[in-house]
Each structure stands twice: as C-alpha cells, then as structure tokens.
Design a protein around this ligand. Structure first.
Ligand SMILES: C[S@@+](CC[C@H](N)C(=O)[O-])C[C@H]1O[C@@H](n2cnc3c(N)ncnc32)[C@H](O)[C@@H]1O
Length: 248
C-alpha cells in the first residue's frame, strides 16, 4: 500500500526509538539506504555499552546519519567508514549536522581499512556486514584487530530466525535472490564468530516482538515502495539479527 506524506510522517513517530524521534523524518528518509538506519542503530546501541568520548568505527555507514546520531546522542568520536558513498559527500552532511568535531568520514573498502590495531573502543555496523563479513576469516583478518581488548563489536543485519534446512519455503521462493544467502540466524552468527575464540558472544538475537519485520515493512512504506520478499514472508522467517561480541 502506497502512502501519502502525512501517513509516512505518522509511521515515523515510533515510541520504541525515543532518541530517533528527535530527528527530522525527511532527513532520515532522504539519507537511509535500505531500512530505517536510525531505528536500527538505536536498537543496537540500546544493548551496547556506549560512553562519551569513545572512539567508534561505524563500518558501512552509508550516508553517515547513523554516525551523526551516535555523535549527537552519546558524545562519541565516530569514524564514518563507507565504500559506495564518498568521504566528501558524507563530510558535507556531517558539517551540516554540526558534528564536524566528532565525526570523521573515511572512504575505505572493508578488507583494506586504514586504522591502527586496537584503536577503537567499539565497532558498530548497520545493515552492511552481510555484504562482506560472512566468510570464515573476515573477523580474524579484517575486523577484530581494530577494536581494543574488552571492546564490543555490534552488528545488526537482515537475517533469519532459523537457518533454512535445504530449501527456501515456496511462499518466498519467487522473490528470493542469491544475495540473500548471506542472511543468517543469530545461532549461525554466534557459531561463526564464537568458534574463533577471539570474542565472547554477549547477545545473539532477533529484534523482539516481530520488530524486524515491522522495520522492513515500514521502511519500504516510507519511500513508497514494497519489499516483496519480506511481505510474502509475513514475519515467519525474516527479521533483523543483532550480534554483540566482546574482544577477549
Ligand atoms: C544497505 S547499505 C546500508 C548503509 C547504512 N548503514 C544504512 O543503514 O543506511 C550497505 C552499506 O555497506 C557498504 N559496503 C558494502 N560493501 C562494502 C565493502 N566491501 N566495504 C565497505 N563498505 C561496504 C556500502 O557502501 C553501503 O553503504
């Protein structure tokens, strides 16, 4: 169902994300890349230890509004790292948001990050790591070294309540694409990272109360679009998965 502007603005008033309520809905819609990234960021940091003055990597930050949000809400320093969006474009947005002393735009590919080992107090990644982080060696060779011992890595990604055992269900098959094979369950992520023994898994869950489905559905409605796969699934399998790991 396609909505008018008033209806879209009404959907944005989501009391589950009180910090996000402070932000201009049009600015969020204009800058989200996929699902509503401030809802995703807020649902992630609700279960992380974020304190003022921390150094945080926002990996795959897109248009950097999740980085701007972190700086404004928590007074942290954020390295807003992305590949598809240039550092210059993000710098303009960061400056306009008035957080140029806290958010630093970086254009870098996730296997060639330009950071010092043990530099960050925490790493977050919103709706991004499914594009490059599911291979066996990514955590070890390309991610965990950049966070200090005792620091958290928090990711939120499209995923599944449970892995499909063999076959994709018939009701979603027409909409399934190969890219979605990187969507996994909390249990899968927990094993994937936990068995490396480089981190302790603190949280591996899906957003509660079918909230993952609602975020997908509403995010699409806000841009007058429909995610056919998610709608056909009706919240039976697909959600947003949160993993919080702490480096040993
Ligand atoms: C779906 S967008 C999400 C962006 C933003 N986090 C948001 O939620 O609006 C995925 C992001 O992952 C980034 N990305 C994909 N592959 C990447 C790679 N190999 N290295 C660094 N970033 C990558 C893209 O640049 C893109 O901005």
């Amino acid at each position: 169902m396609l909505l008018n502007k008033e209806q879209i603005m009404e959907i944005m008033k989501n009391e589950k994300y009180p910090l996000t309520l402070k932000y201009d809905p049009e600015w969020i819609i204009e800058n989200q890349m996929g699902s509503h990234c401030l809802w995703l960021q807020e649902s992630l940091v609700q279960v992380m230890d974020i304190k003022p003055n921390m150094r945080i990597l926002d990996l795959g930050c897109g248009k950097a509004i999740s980085s701007i949000f972190l700086a404004k809400e928590f007074g942290v320093h954020v390295w807003a790292n992305d590949l598809w969006i240039s550092a210059s474009e993000n710098w303009e947005r960061i400056r306009k948001a008035g957080v140029e002393n806290l958010v630093y735009p970086i254009h870098a590919e996730s296997h060639k990050l330009p950071y010092a080992d043990n530099f960050f107090d925490a790493i977050v990644s919103i709706n991004s790591i499914q594009f490059y982080g599911t291979d066996q060696l990514y955590l070890k060779n390309h991610l965990v070294k950049y966070v200090k011992s005792g620091g958290q890595i928090g990711i939120i990604v499209p995923g599944l309540y449970n892995e499909f055992d063999g076959n994709i269900p018939e009701y979603i098959k027409p909409y399934w694409e190969n890219d979605f094979y990187t969507w996994h369950s909390p249990q899968w992520w927990s094993n994937h990272w936990g068995r490396t023994e480089l981190v302790d898994i603190e949280i591996a869950d899906t957003l509660p109360d079918n909230e993952g489905y609602e975020i997908f559905r509403k995010s699409e409605m806000m841009v007058n679009s429909e995610h056919k796969l998610v709608l056909a699934d009706e919240g039976r399998n697909i959600s947003f998965v949160r993993i919080i790991a702490r480096k040993k």
